[in-house]
Design a protein around this ligand. Structure first.
Ligand code: 3MF
Ligand code: MG
Length: 350
């Protein structure tokens, strides 16, 4: 693994859904809507350069638009991005909202629903290309089951791989970035960890173009350490992006501010990224954080700037961490000593 000596200039991204109106499954919106165009105007001043898109973030009402209307809508957004000095990081097909995706898209038991999922995926690739992104993110939201007997799991894996190959054939430079998540909205997802995503990559027709996007909370929901998940992808040179956030235990997907629940785990994520030189090829540090429902204001953005600030503080902690001390503790196999050093370093004591 190559260690980078020069300091990386990090680029940050988030998605328009991260500035939200505060609805949850138990209650409605608590803040007014804030149009996407106004959101784009905020990115730079908040310290972000990249935008993560769903297909219908770029082209609203996508279902009722013709292919030429879709491309026209995408061109409009491309112009806005150019004017604001913004980069589209990726486009993700929203395959969890429409009636046709109620039982999954690529793995649905209905052939008509699978056709819908593929058509929607093609539209997303067209949009990505039109706005100047070469990356399609697949968060396989409903590709799983609510009860194990509902689907043929082996066939489902084959269908997911088949879809990845179709994407690679549809466009000869597009990259597929798989964002694993173990549950929610399904009970059991078919691609729960980065290991599954990397296996799919190697099994695909173009492994160089199939990578992973690791979200902190998703790894934690799988009971795994996010920094080890990142290390696994980095060791295979397959970490295309990250969604830094946090999660307080095994419950619904919380998308809490980065470092807010697990500061040490957050430190180790920054550390693994930094030591692998992540970002030196322009990879984004993405956030996927949710504002608290209690927060007032329009728009609410403190969760984004706070997470960014924590990232920068932790980067300082990573850079001032004494790797010589660490090596000595490792050599002596004094992990008690090493642990105390890490804790005191994080607390600002050493
Ligand atoms: C769900 C997610 C998603 C993805 C997004 C882009 C809504 O837990 O994390 O956010 O990040 O769809 O792939
Ligand atoms: Mg995410």
């Amino acid at each position: 693994m190559c260690r980078v000596k020069t300091q990386i200039t990090h680029r940050f991204s988030f998605g328009p859904w991260n500035i939200s109106e505060g609805a949850d499954p138990f209650g409605p919106e608590v803040r007014g809507a804030f149009p996407h165009e106004k959101k784009y105007a905020l990115f730079r001043s908040l310290g972000f350069e990249g935008i993560q898109f769903h297909d219908d973030d770029v082209v609203p009402d996508i279902e009722n638009k013709s292919p030429s209307q879709i491309l026209e809508g995408a061109r409009k957004v491309k112009t806005i991005l150019a004017n604001e000095g913004l980069v589209p990081e990726f486009v993700a097909p929203r395959l969890w909202f429409a009636g046709q995706t109620v039982d999954g898209g690529f793995t649905s038991n209905s052939a008509a629903d699978r056709d819908y999922a593929w058509e929607r995926t093609q539209k997303s690739i067209d949009i990505a290309k039109e706005i100047g992104s070469n990356s399609l993110v697949l968060w396989l939201a409903r590709e799983g089951s609510y009860i194990r007997e509902a689907k043929d799991a082996k066939l489902s894996y084959e269908r997911i791989l088949d879809t990845i190959n179709r994407v690679l054939e549809y466009d000869d430079s597009i990259e597929v970035w798989i964002e694993p998540k173990p549950n929610e909205p399904t009970d059991q997802a078919y691609v729960p960890t980065i290991g599954h995503a990397v296996a799919l990559s190697y099994a695909s027709q173009a492994p160089d173009r199939v990578k992973g996007l690791i979200e902190t909370a998703h790894a934690q929901l799988a009971g795994l350490d996010p920094s080890d998940e990142m290390a696994f992808a980095l060791a295979h040179d397959k970490l295309a992006s990250v969604h830094l956030n946090d999660q307080n235990g095994l419950k619904y997907d919380q998308d809490k501010n980065f470092g807010s629940s697990n500061l040490r785990a957050a430190f180790n994520q920054v550390r693994v990224l930094e030591s692998a030189g992540y970002g030196s090829r322009g990879e984004f540090i993405g956030l996927d954080v949710k504002a608290m429902r209690t927060q007032k204001g329009l728009p609410v953005t403190d969760h984004l700037t706070s997470s960014l600030r924590v990232f920068h503080h932790l980067l300082e902690k990573v850079r001032s961490y004494d790797t010589g001390k660490e090596a000595a503790f490792r050599k002596a196999r004094d992990y008690e000593g090493l642990e105390l050093y890490v804790m005191e370093h994080l607390m600002g004591i050493s």
